[in-house]
Design a protein around this ligand. Sequence first.
Ligand SMILES: NC(=O)c1ccc[n+]([C@@H]2O[C@H](COP(=O)([O-])OP(=O)(O)OC[C@H]3O[C@@H](n4cnc5c(N)ncnc54)[C@H](OP(=O)(O)O)[C@@H]3O)[C@@H](O)[C@H]2O)c1
Length: 254
Amino acid sequence: MAAFAVITGASSGIGAEFARQLAAQGYDLLLVARRTQRLEALAKELPTRCEVLAADLSQTEVCLGLLDALQDRRVDLFINNAGFGACGVFEQVDLAKELQMVDVNVRAVQILTKGMVQKMEKQGGGALLNVGSSAGLLPAGPYMATYYATKAYVVSLTQSVAAELRARRSPVYLGCLCPGPVNTEFNAVAQVQFALPGISAQACVRSALAGIRRRKTIIVPGPMMAVGMTLSRLVPRRPLIAMVAHQQKRKMGR
Ligand SMILES: NC(=O)c1ccc[n+]([C@@H]2O[C@H](COP(=O)([O-])OP(=O)(O)OC[C@H]3O[C@@H](n4cnc5c(N)ncnc54)[C@H](OP(=O)(O)O)[C@@H]3O)[C@@H](O)[C@H]2O)c1
């Protein structure tokens, strides 16, 4: 029987590319997002069995429904990828948008990580990848404050749970993908321009899948970004936050 993977946020960008590369490796897939037409078009183009599920993961009951739907199936790989950002001066960013971001980037990841770790332990193994961001490895992100905070949550949660799994020699792998800029629809949704050149979704996903094979907890795609994130640890917090603020302002075209 083919291995089975579930990808959230598979209707574009990094999620759609995970679908392409995993299908090329022979995985059957469940593609999850709100835009079903996009999911169906992608499923048609892929060489393996691909199901699609329309789901707004900002809704708690929808996340729980996804776990229910998977109850009787073995899941070999689960990619918690759905997410989005918003940019601007904190007090001017729309509160409803921020709360939806917290629901998708944090609440959904919380619910699905717990549910999948429990399920994968029961089934005797599996791999789970949370898509964080290099934003989550930095201390703060002025002018994109809520997005940085949500991704810091994802990085912290993933590292803690991964350490618990390692300590009890669990057969379940949990990792966090922390990309820098990747050329997807993310910018259009967040209404920003990258201050640094982005890598392709193809390169990002190749690096993610190599990191999963090596059981890495934090995966930073691209040698430049990996070096940058390592060097950032040497810079004291306050000047580092000022540097991030400068980059964010450039993204907003100020
Ligand atoms: N691009 C970057 O530079 C970058 C860097 C670091 C991390 N990331 C992270 O990578 C992940 C994928 O982003 P991307 O760059 O591929 O952006 P993207 O092309 O905009 O894709 C975002 C995906 O998330 C899905 N999504 C958003 N809200 C959703 C909701 N309420 N329910 C279900 N699905 C939802 C979207 O599907 P629908 O709209 O069809 O629902 C879409 O498939 C995100 O978590 C993002 O934070 C991106």
